[in-house]
Design a binder for this molecule. Structure first.
Ligand code: ZN
Ligand code: ZN
Ligand code: ZN
Length: 371
């Protein structure tokens, strides 16, 4: 990401973070594992027993405390932050505590290891701790133009694999789900992803389990196969679901799928700027309810996406936050008849002033592949 993001964009992010820290009364942000740190600095902390932590005070220059052996990997921008490498015999928690000083209100990365948080609390007994997502999540949820461009590249690469799936280029019948999952993963990489994050393949009755782990079941003729996959492309994530049927689908399944397709399209159309997130969820839910499948739509309609596969904003009942230009999220209703079969349809959508824009373009109809 660091190569693609202009230095100016990062400096602007730090300023927005500082402004929000001011609003919330946060004196210092402590960033370790997770996407906040790379979003601000271009550097992603290693998930190690050695502590990496950016101390970003509201009133002073940020400092990145980093294990000496990791320091060569930091693309260091002196303007943006100071670098403080620590040696094997140093106490990094002490270094962070010294940088924090007497600042009282601290927000620490949600994914920081508990062992470091507990040590920091011991070292800073007067400080109050909260999660950094309070500060960063609403800011990261609004993508700038470069981020939207990166999400588009990721979506286009996932689309190329989904096109291979719905056109029958990826053989299904006679192969295990796990084999097809590995095949999809290889194709995601071949289309430019640096990393495969997941490739769900749920066939027959397994299609009724939304997060089914692709396993040893051999895909047969005359059944649905739900494929939900994504990866990381230039630091940003892709995520798409298409459902294919191996052979001619029975009328009962066509009915289920047409209800799902209408619900997904209506929810995308409803995702206009200013609409509360929960209203988009309600639109999909109402159509699935009216179609007679209400109790079988057992998850929220969507999640935000960016540096992480799942981030703000969540399209779920109870989230009354209005959509804003630059919000990027999935719209992915599903219908699951336990023990029988299921279907899901998912695109990534960006909210713009001109209306919701789906950045996945693969046909939405039930894909029928030869058995
Ligand atoms: Zn999911
Ligand atoms: Zn998905
Ligand atoms: Zn998703």
């Amino acid at each position: 990401m660091s190569r693609r993001v202009r230095e100016g964009a990062r400096a602007a992010r730090v300023e927005r973070v500082r402004a929000r820290m001011g609003e919330l009364g946060v004196d210092a942000l402590l960033l370790s594992l997770g996407a906040d740190l790379p979003w601000l600095t271009g550097y992603e902390a290693m998930p190690l027993e050695r502590l990496t932590m950016l101390v970003l005070p509201s009133d002073a220059r940020p400092t990145l405390v980093v294990p000496r052996l990791e320091a060569p990997r930091v693309e260091h921008d002196e303007e943006l932050f100071a670098l403080l490498p620590w040696d094997e015999t140093d106490d990094p928690v002490r270094l962070v505590a010294d940088l924090v000083g007497s600042r009282a209100s601290l927000s620490v990365s949600d994914r920081t290891w508990a062992t470091f948080v507990l040590d920091l609390q011991d070292s800073l007994p007067a400080a109050r701790f909260s999660v950094a997502s309070r500060v960063t999540a609403p800011l990261r949820a609004v993508k700038d133009d470069e981020e939207v461009a990166a999400l588009r590249r990721a979506a286009a690469a996932a689309d190329r694999v989904a096109t291979q799936l719905v056109s029958g280029d990826i053989a299904l019948v006679g192969r295990t789900e796990a084999d097809v999952s590995r095949d999809i993963g290889r194709r995601l990489v071949a289309e430019g992803h640096q990393r495969v994050n997941f490739a769900i393949v749920g066939s027959g009755p397994n299609s009724a389990s939304p997060h089914h782990g692709a396993g040893g079941r051999v895909i047969a003729a005359g059944e649905p196969v739900v494929c939900d996959f994504g990866g990381t492309f230039d630091s940003y994530c892709s995520d798409i679901t298409r459902t294919v049927f191996t052979g001619a689908p029975p009328p009962e399944y066509r009915d289920l799928y047409s209800v799902l397709e209408a619900a997904q399209a209506a929810a995308v159309d409803a995702a206009t700027v200013g609409t509360p997130c929960e209203d988009v969820d309600a639109v999909a839910r109402r159509l699935i309810d009216d179609g007679g499948y209400g109790p079988h739509f057992i998850h929220r309609t969507g999640h935000g996406i960016g540096l992480e596969e799942h981030e703000d904003p969540y399209l779920v009942g109870g989230n009354c936050e209005p959509l804003a230009p630059g919000h990027a999220f999935s719209v992915e209703p599903g219908i699951y008849l336990e023990g029988r079969w299921g279907a899901r349809l998912e695109d990534i959508v960006v909210a713009t002033a001109a209306g919701p824009e789906a950045i996945n373009g693969v046909d939405h109809g039930l894909a029928v592949v030869e058995a």
